[in-house]
Ligand binder design. Structure first.
Ligand code: IVH
Length: 709
């Protein structure tokens, strides 16, 4: 796509543009500035999204992008559809029109072992009369298939596979995928219009981060990256699609018209050439991952070798695709009604299995949520035996139409937790039973409630044994009070034996009783005792987080710890006061308010204080500190003298608070090298004081308590 010389030219161009921007030079030639900005941005998009190796810093990129946008806004007649600013579509479409594919999108025949591949190769050799066929092998991407049309070098349509004959027009969403170029120079190869196929994916890390966020929002996780990718492609708002971090591999040319009107490929004679051509035009194709070999044995060797790497790839693949490399030979082999004869999918070891759903248990969590858990006949899937599967909530059970006694299809993809894909309703014999949701808590028998707008049933009895135990487990956990020797199994054991009945009970354990227990030596008891003792001095935010108040994560816990002098102050706070704190919304404020207005909570906190726990805020923990009391700080750019973490800790030690973004609530922005958009934004708010690293150090030192020498 880019020769070394062109890359060097583009880098120089980027430097020149950045220089001009810094000098605030007036533009001599608008057209060439626009063109240069677009070329540089498109080039960096390719380095970033296709090569995973950007050449500009985020800040430099953002500056150039903002400049281009500014120029285009001032000169709307100069905006071109393939300008990088035009990915971000404005309209929201409620439904996607159906469009015909130029060529039906066939599926591939599957093979599972060497015998299948040998059979396929034998037939191909018979038809072709060749002794050794050249094959191209590439990953079988486990995502959502798409088809793209480029006309006169411009992306004009993107569609889902649909039923293979027609799909949905999702052009606006496709334009959000940064590894798909909005224009590509097909004309250089005499191609006037072309339909290409590929797969849209979400990489494993992006998927995990997304599910972590859903869990924090009390939503059931998306089943797997494949579903996440296809769901994302069909979202109504393209701006949301842009946030999902979709990626795309393009691997097939289905149809093209040449400048001379011919549809026959000319210079491109093999599939591997196509992959290289796509890569050279700026697409992400499996050109690096593919391998061209002669004869089926080499194919078998490569697919087995590649399968070992499966878990190390950043994205999911479910097998390999083997294609006859030579297009003339592909034509000769032709296709059946369903599959091309020149291609074969080799499927990796199944990560799916079927099993019987025997019963559903209902587990009560720390906040009283009642989660249905399917108990199935244990089955091995991808090297792990699966017997229990969370069903998340009633809606999931209904949506999947599950019944006790059903045969269910279970999937466990890579690091993803196992889930039930569907029940095989055709196999029912009439003995299956409905799954009944309890109306009472399975542990304490109190009635369950389902708050409006939520899909989770809850036990609201705070004294429910299940919740009490789960709360204790959370309280001692690593990110809360960190009482290491008292893990989940000991909490359950001590509770079961009546040695510890609630959180304050942790500090009242009768060690004489523990000595009598089997498996608890003197040394481990001394360790346990000192770990419990040490936890009493944990900073207040850890205690708050440990209380397990619904929606109160570590960040909110810190906000609260900084907002009060003593934890019990919160019993006099109103919801409005809570809402005034940074990052606390109505849902969180309501939950905190509820907790601090319950007598039981207040008694427990008073008891904990009487037992010696620290309920005073961090400010009060550092006598002499607190000089930056209530002041808010944000760091941006690279600091030279301090590590970012240390600088933030210095602020917190003196009672200041770190914010996550620039807003009118910010008091100080500390600016390091290469500061970016945060600085620009802060300059527009005149109440924010902007300090250099040295000025910050001066401020900290002048505020620091005078230490006695
Ligand atoms: S080639 C006519 N290559 O697998 C051949 N397909 O069952 C067109 N897939 O619907 C398909 N990776 O979504 C091809 N490297 C790859 C693939 C691939 C994944 C999907 C594709 C297709 C399905 C076939």
């Amino acid at each position: 796509m880019y020769t070394k010389e062109i890359e060097i030219t583009l880098l120089q161009l980027a430097k020149d543009l950045l220089g001009k921007l810094q000098q605030k030079e007036t533009i001599q030639d608008l057209d060439s500035t626009l063109e240069n900005l677009r070329r540089v941005i498109i080039y960096n998009d390719w380095r970033y999204y296709v090569q995973s190796d950007p050449v500009l810093s985020d800040y430099e990129y953002d500056q150039l992008f903002a400049w281009l946008k500014e120029l285009e806004t001032a000169n709307p007649d100069k905006v071109s559809a393939d300008s990088p600013t035009q990915r971000v579509a404005l309209g929201i479409s409620k439904n996607f029109p159906t469009v015909q594919h130029l060529v039906p999108m066939l599926s591939l025949e599957n093979s599972y072992n060497a015998d299948d591949l040998n059979d396929w190769d034998r037939k191909a050799r018979e038809i072709s009369g060749l002794t050794d066929i050249e094959y191209c092998i590439e990953p079988k991407f486990d995502g959502a298939s798409i088809s793209l049309i480029y006309e006169n070098d411009k992306l004009t349509r993107g569609a889902t596979r649909g039923d293979g004959v027609s799909g949905e027009d999702i052009t606006a969403n496709i334009r959000q995928i940064r590894s798909i170029p909005l224009s590509a120079h097909f004309a250089a190869h005499g191609i006037q219009s072309i339909e290409i196929r590929g797969e849209v994916l979400i990489n494993k890390n992006t998927f995990k981060a997304y599910n972590d966020q859903r869990a924090a929002d009390n939503l059931p996780p998306l089943a797997n990256p494949r579903n996440a990718a296809s769901g994302s492609l069909r979202m109504v708002d393209p701006r949301e699609v842009a946030k999902r971090g979709l990626e795309a591999f393009l691997y097939h040319m289905s149809y093209h018209v040449m400048d001379d009107g011919k549809t026959e490929p000319q210079e491109i004679k093999t599939h591997s050439n196509t992959l290289q051509l796509l890569a050279s035009l700026g697409f992400r194709s499996p050109a690096k991952e593919m391998k061209v070999v002669k004869g089926i044995q080499a194919v078998i060797d490569y697919v087995l070798e590649f399968e070992k790497e499966r878990d190390n790839l950043p994205y999911e693949i479910d097998g390999m695709v083997i294609k006859v490399n030579d297009y003339a030979l592909q034509d000769k082999l032709g296709m059946t009604t369903h599959h091309p004869r020149w291609a074969m999918a080799y499927k990796f070891k199944a990560r799916q299995a079927t099993s019987k759903l025997r019963r559903v248990e209902f587990q009560v969590g720390r906040t009283g949520s009642v989660t249905p858990v399917a108990k199935i006949d244990p089955v091995p899937i991808g090297g792990v035996t699966v017997g229990s599967i969370s069903l998340f909530n009633e809606d999931v059970v209904k949506e999947k139409d599950l019944k006790i006694g059903d045969t269910v299809l279970v999937e466990r993809a890579g690091d993803v937790i196992p889930y039930i894909v569907k029940s095989l309703a055709d196999l029912r014999d009439g003995t299956e039973e409905e799954i009944k949701f309890p109306t009472e808590c399975p542990v304490c028998n109190e009635p369950l409630f389902k708050p409006e707008g939520e899909s989770v049933w809850r036990c609201i009895n705070l004294m429910c044994e299940a919740q009490v135990v789960e709360r204790m487990i959370h309280f001692v956990s690593k990110d809360a009070m960190d009482i290491r020797s008292l893990g989940e199994s000991n909490v359950r054991k001590f509770y079961g034996l009546g040695l510890m009945k609630d959180i304050p009970g942790i500090y009242k354990i009768d060690f004489a009783q523990l000595e009598k227990l089997e498996g608890f030596g003197k040394k481990s008891l001394t360790n346990l005792q000192s770990a419990i003792e040490q936890s009493k001095t944990q900073p207040l935010h850890r205690l708050i987080f440990g209380l397990g108040i619904r929606y109160v994560g570590e960040t909110t816990a810190k906000t609260l710890a900084n907002a009060v002098n003593h934890l019990l102050d919160l019993k006099d706070w109103t919801e409005e006061q809570l809402l005034a704190l940074e990052d606390i919304g109505p849902k969180v404020a309501g939950s905190i308010n509820q907790f601090f207005h319950l007598d039981d909570s207040i008694h427990m906190l008073q008891e904990l204080e009487a037992l010696g726990l620290n309920l005073k805020s961090t400010k009060a923990d550092h006598p002499g500190g607190g000089n930056l009391d209530g002041q808010t700080f944000l760091f941006t750019g690279t600091l030279n003298k301090l590590k970012r973490n240390d600088a933030e800790a210095m602020v917190e030690q003196q009672g200041g608070k770190i914010l996550s973004g620039v807003s009118s609530k910010l008091n100080f922005l500390i600016v390091g090298d290469d500061a970016g958009s945060k600085l620009e934004k802060a300059k527009k708010i005149n109440t924010i004081r902007i300090l250099s690293e040295d000025e910050f150090l001066n401020l900290i030192q002048s505020q620091a308590p005078v230490t006695e020498s």
